[in-house]
Design a binder for this molecule. Structure first.
Ligand SMILES: *Cc1c(COP(=O)(O)O)cnc(C)c1O
Length: 392
């Protein structure tokens, strides 16, 4: 067997530890997984009903063009139908973008401490990945990206910029003005596509979050990604959505596999888009859980940054891998981030309220802080806490 060193050197994606595996390894029944930013409410009931209804047609190939889903998406986002492409999760769309826009040796730009898939798919496409440092406040540094494109000796080879907004795993975000100014600057670099990955946009509480659909009408090198895996609770079905100028969608359609989106995902997504009640409940649950986490982390004296997503990144103040292992023994799965050069940090997804409490209690136990619950003025305490990035 002869394998290219490009392939030999690829590292597999490390997902959050599965619940069953944790049960088996530690011999515990009650396991809480707050490691993969999944919707803790289960899938949308309307989506489940739509899936059940379409099961008798599983003998048929799915609609390669996603006709109904395309129509529903166009209506939902207010763009014409030829602005949409769909993928087997947004992971697949990220992969397709790398393969379409990068020849071997060309460059994908992104930020440190961002979604690992950008790097993994760039490498798999034999492109090079450049991860530029974040700002002091754990935010993506757009100025650093523009500077790189202006002055770096290899700037001519840049083809793609991936921006997760809100960012995973930091939970920070870039606002409308920042993104619009960046896109204006990027007009100088017509060979570079900007991808805004908005996997967590439905959890955003900030009022100045970018209106990316408006920006799509003006900037032809912009791509926006959404997913059904987070607020829509359909991570297991695999469906990602891409919005971009029809020229870009046309390229994706040439490159993708003909039946990349299965039929159940198509009907489930259409139903989930209509499930306003589920969406509202999910948001409320996440916001309530986040506020609880802020309060409790502050009480423990741990620093964190405010999150616009459904998870919070916090500094354990010690070796996070050790804390992670100790939490597993108590049946709580969080996400260690040593692969992101954050050896002291853990990412904790918001779960159901009893799961959140279990995670906090376990964390207190492992950090040897006793099991005391919040005094009533804890909310105030969280406001005075230093921001996460301040310690860098
Ligand atoms: C979870 C996540 C996705 C979603 O991936 P899917 O393949 O659609 O499940 C995309 N981008 C980011 C930043 C994420 O955190």
């Amino acid at each position: 067997m002869k394998v290219s060193p490009d392939i030999q050197s690829l590292a597999p994606y490390i997902p959050g530890k599965p619940i069953e595996e944790t049960r088996r390894e530690f011999g515990i029944k009650e396991v809480y997984k707050l490691a993969s930013n999944e919707n803790p409410m289960g899938p949308s009931p309307l989506a489940v009903a739509a899936i059940q209804k379409s099961l008798p047609e599983l003998n048929l190939y799915p609609d390669s063009n996603c006709f109904e889903l395309r129509r529903a998406s166009a209506q939902k986002f207010g763009l014409s139908e030829n602005f949409f492409c769909f993928g087997n999760g947004s992971d697949e769309l990220i992969d397709l973008l790398s393969r379409i826009f990068c020849s071997p040796g060309e460059i994908v730009l992104t930020s440190h401490c961002s979604f690992a898939t950008y790097k993994l798919r760039a490498r798999a496409s034999r492109a090079e990945i450049i991860e530029l440092p974040m700002t002091q406040k754990f935010s993506i540094d757009l100025t650093a990206i523009v500077e790189w494109l202006n002055y770096h000796p290899q700037r001519e080879r840049a083809r793609l910029v991936f921006l997760a907004n809100p960012n995973n795993p930091t939970g920070t975000y870039l606002n409308h003005r920042q993104i619009e100014n960046f896109l204006k600057e990027m007009k100088q670099f017509p060979d570079v596509i900007v991808v805004l990955d908005e996997a967590y946009d439905s959890f955003v509480r900030a009022t100045d979050f970018p209106k990316s659909v408006e920006l799509l009408k003006e900037y032809q090198n912009l791509v926006v990604l959404k997913t059904l895996s987070k607020v829509y609770g359909l991570a297991g079905l695999r469906l990602g959505l891409l919005m971009a100028h029809p020229t870009i969608c046309d390229l994706i359609n040439r490159m993708r596999l003909p039946f990349n989106v299965n039929s159940l995902a198509q009907v489930a997504a259409v139903a989930a888009f209509d499930d306003a009640e589920y969406m509202q409940k999910s948001q409320q649950l996440i916001w309530q859980g986040l506020d609880y986490f802020y309060q409790q982390l502050a009480l423990m004296g741990l620093s964190f940054s405010e999150s616009q997503a459904n998870f919070v990144l916090f500094d354990t103040g010690t070796d996070a891998e050790h804390i992670y292992q100790e939490l597993l023994k108590l049946g709580v799965i969080l996400r260690p981030l040593s692969a992101y050069q954050l050896p002291q940090h853990l990412r904790m997804s918001v779960g159901l309220m009893h799961e959140n409490r279990a995670a906090i209690l376990a964390l207190r136990k492992v950090l040897d802080l006793g099991s005391e619950i919040a005094p009533p003025d804890a909310r105030k305490a969280s406001k005075n806490l230093p921001e996460l990035g301040a310690q860098l």
